[in-house]
Design a protein around this ligand. Structure first.
Ligand code: CA
Length: 310
């Protein structure tokens, strides 16, 4: 079994997430797919950033100190693309400015930039052409319901960018992911999208979408999902349990496979191992060999590619 290696926000274990630099590195490391998270600017441009906020990955608070909302956060939606281009992208920070992952690219340094979704797809097209390797795209529509509340429906523009990027049918290397099941149904039915669809699965407590993830994981939920999507993207803790501190497979992978769904869990980080694992290699082997997942999202694509080759 050879699982797909999906570079989570690029080779984000090494360079600030969602920069073109992190994407180029992941491409060179041998990732099969590069992930994009897509959010809308004030002037309805689509940019590649993980959060609807800017403050944890840029110097926005220094450049635009008066532009936070009442909750203290700086929203992508409150800035024009031109303003976003003036920001430096930094390694992910906590609220106090300290590094989320201290061993990674130094905190609050570097002069990486925010890019549009279209620019990233063009960049990947160039990398594919130069290398002769066809690396796919794995874009996520971030918080579609929230964006509608903010006055923009991001899905039509999101699809247009993908089509303009030269992707057009189910065999093309594209997976579209979303936490919001209603939006995935919309993609399938209203937009008749030709691309593979992935239901992301988390916990209801995260507030990512109105989707009921407890139901989605159930037998009935998986059966319903299978009418719309091609794969699920659960987080790692959805897939195993600990018995005497040893990981034991849960039943979600088998349930999904029985329904014809591929399983692409997130997120595999060498510097943040989930409970029950003492090494990154053991973690990956358990998911690939014992659980039989079909792909995995990782911040360290080189480490997974290396294992796959060995
Ligand atoms: Ca994502």
């Amino acid at each position: 079994m050879i699982p797909l290696v999906i570079a989570h926000r690029g080779a984000s274990g090494y360079l600030p997430e969602h920069t073109l630099d992190a994407k180029a590195l992941a491409h060179k490391m041998g990732a099969d797919y590069l992930e994009q998270d897509v959010v809308a600017t004030r002037d309805d441009e689509l940019v590649v950033l993980h959060d609807i906020y800017l403050d944890r990955v840029t110097n926005v608070a220094k450049c635009f100190p008066t532009r936070a909302r009442d909750d203290g956060r700086y929203y992508v939606r409150d800035f024009d693309l031109e303003e976003l281009r003036s920001l430096s992208v930094w390694e992910r920070m906590n609220a106090d400015g300290s590094a989320v992952y201290p061993g990674r690219y130094p905190a609050q340094s570097g002069d990486f930039t925010i890019n549009t979704f279209a620019e990233e797809l063009e960049f990947i097209r160039q990398l594919n052409a130069n290398s002769g390797r066809q690396v796919g795209i794995y874009p996520e529509i971030k918080r579609p319901a929230w964006h509608r509340q903010e006055g923009v429906d991001i899905t039509p523009g999101f699809l247009r960018v993908i089509m303009d990027g030269g992707y057009e049918n189910i065999d093309d290397p594209v997976y579209i992911q979303c936490f919001d099941f209603a939006e995935l149904k919309r993609l399938k039915i209203e937009f008749d999208t030709p691309f593979k669809l992935v239901q992301l699965i988390g916990e209801n407590s995260w507030g990512e979408a109105a989707t009921d993830f407890d139901f989605i994981r159930s037998a009935d939920g998986i059966t319903e999902l299978a009418e719309t999507v091609d794969a699920i993207g659960p987080w790692v803790l959805n897939l195993y349990e600990l018995v005497d501190n040893a990981p034991r497979p849960g039943d979600l992978v088998m349930r999904a496979h029985t329904a014809g769904l591929a399983v692409h869990p997130y997120t595999f980080r060498a510097d943040e191992l989930p409970p029950g694992f003492s090494s990154f290699e053991d973690l990956v082997r358990f998911f690939v060999v014992d659980l039989g997942v079909d792909g995995l999202f990782t911040d360290f694509p080189d480490r997974v590619v290396q294992l796959r080759l060995s």
